[in-house]
Design a protein around this ligand. Structure first.
Ligand SMILES: NC(=O)c1ccc[n+]([C@@H]2O[C@H](COP(=O)([O-])OP(=O)(O)OC[C@H]3O[C@@H](n4cnc5c(N)ncnc54)[C@H](O)[C@@H]3O)[C@@H](O)[C@H]2O)c1
Ligand SMILES: [Zn+2]
Length: 375
């Protein structure tokens, strides 16, 4: 039987899934607390530390510390940001791992934002039919969302996240200190996913955000103090609850796609440029509020949700041709013969899931793209 060393720090959270468990280490000092587990998990194996030049520049000591724990580690760098989520990146990783003598018991440790953890996770899920994965998310968005729940993906030019696999990490190390070098816009993008999780599943977290969100936002990003760890921890708890209740996204987990139906279409229509993922999701969430309003949603909740998003300080929605957005909607991987699935926020913690053909939202969409904010 595998025995835990009693001196080894316990993970802060454990996510249980069909293939086993993910141990999560959270907050300031997470790396030090995870170090014995990371060392043990990589002992005697070839580890590949996947990151990007920008992350290695901003977080050099973090990347080096992980390499030190996973010796002999080999560093593999991918392009920065969403541009990394391509078949070419996955192929580059597969080839580099094969050339370096990677085997079924090799390990991948991804250090970066959600783009990087998505593509490195996909490469780990598919290399030799799947090798061990650990994630060290370095953006707020990746810590509260992308690194939790086992979804991995790359994009095709016509549709985001259209190729992927479920592949859970063995370990997640979400240390708050690397967030200090985040651009304020990345910070805001991550907060949108926190608003999404809270609006769909956690009224208490939503109310807490209403109280403390201004103290969390930009400034020196690490300046959220105690509230930061509280909010990140609550968002992660909410995500763990919903993933454990529906690991393969057959039902309840779909609510986390709130804001993503239009959000992904906006990202695709903009060529994955100009808006960050969370910013596009914020506009998707505003549009979902508008569709919900026409179907009996609480006007009070809609106003609170829009006000919370406005407080994050969103960049304006770039001008978009409705036809391009409609084309992207038609490509949505969630589209079935009977229409696209929309998650409609009806009230705090209550969403409805409806099917609507892209054509059925065209008139609303045209009005929305011209004037996305109601307030
Ligand atoms: N798998 C999932 O369940 C899931 C969930 C939500 C989002 N996602 C995906 O996550 C992606 C978005 O992730 P993201 O918002 O983390 O963006 P990102 O990974 O594209 O990173 C954004 C930028 O931040 C930089 N960066 C990362 N960490 C930094 C740090 N500590 N200091 C300074 N700069 C740093 C990166 O180099 C990059 O330029 C999207 O592709 C989205 O589809 C996946
Ligand atoms: Zn998202």
């Amino acid at each position: 039987m595998h025995r835990l060393d009693p001196a080894r720090p316990r993970p802060d959270r454990v996510l249980r899934h069909g293939g086993g468990e993910t141990a999560l280490y959270l907050g300031a000092g997470a790396l030090e607390r995870a170090a014995p587990a990371l060392r043990e998990w990589t002992a005697g194996r070839q580890a590949f530390v996947v990151s990007s030049p920008a992350i290695a520049a901003a977080q050099g000591p973090l990347v080096e510390a992980i390499e030190g724990l996973a010796e002999p580690a080999r560093r593999l760098l991918l392009p920065d940001g969403e541009a990394a989520k391509t078949l070419a990146s996955a192929e580059a990783l597969w080839t580099a791992m094969l050339d370096a003598g990677g085997t079924r018991d090799s390990r991948v440790i991804a250090v970066g934002g959600g783009s990087l953890t998505d593509v490195a996770g996909f490469a780990a899920a598919t290399f030799l039919r799947g090798i061990g994965l650990a994630l060290v998310p370095t953006t707020l968005l990746a810590q509260v969302d992308a690194a939790i729940g086992g979804k991995t993906a790359i994009d095709l030019p016509a549709a985001k996240n259209s190729v992927g696999a479920f592949w859970h990490p063995a370990l997640v190390v979400a240390d708050s200190r690397p967030l200090a070098t985040l651009d304020p816009a990345e910070w805001r993008s991550g907060l949108v996913e926190v608003v999404k999780i809270a609006a769909a599943t956690d009224p208490r977290l939503f109310e807490r955000l209403e109280e403390v969100v201004d103290g969390l936002a930009p400034g020196p990003c690490a300046g959220g103090g105690g509230h930061l760890e509280e909010v990140v921890g609550a968002a992660i708890d909410a995500k763990i609850r919903i993933v454990e209740s529906d690991p393969a996204e057959a039902g309840p987990r779909r609510v986390l796609n709130l804001g993503h139906t239009l959000g992904h279409a906006i990202e695709s229509a903009l060529g994955y440029r100009r808006l960050r993922h969370g910013e596009a999701v914020a506009y998707g969430l505003l549009f979902a509020l508008r569709l919900a309003a026409a179907r009996g949603a609480s006007p009070d909740f809609a106003a609170r949700c829009e006000a919370l998003l406005a407080r994050l300080g969103m960049p304006p929605l770039p001008p978009l041709d409705p036809e391009r957005v409609m084309a992207a909607l038609r490509h949505d991987k969630k589209a079935r013969r009977d229409g696209l699935r929309w998650i409609l926020p009806m009230d705090l913690g209550r969403v409805d899931v409806v099917r609507l053909a892209p054509e059925a939202v065209r008139a609303d969409l045209e009005g929305f793209l011209a004037a996305p904010w109601r307030r």
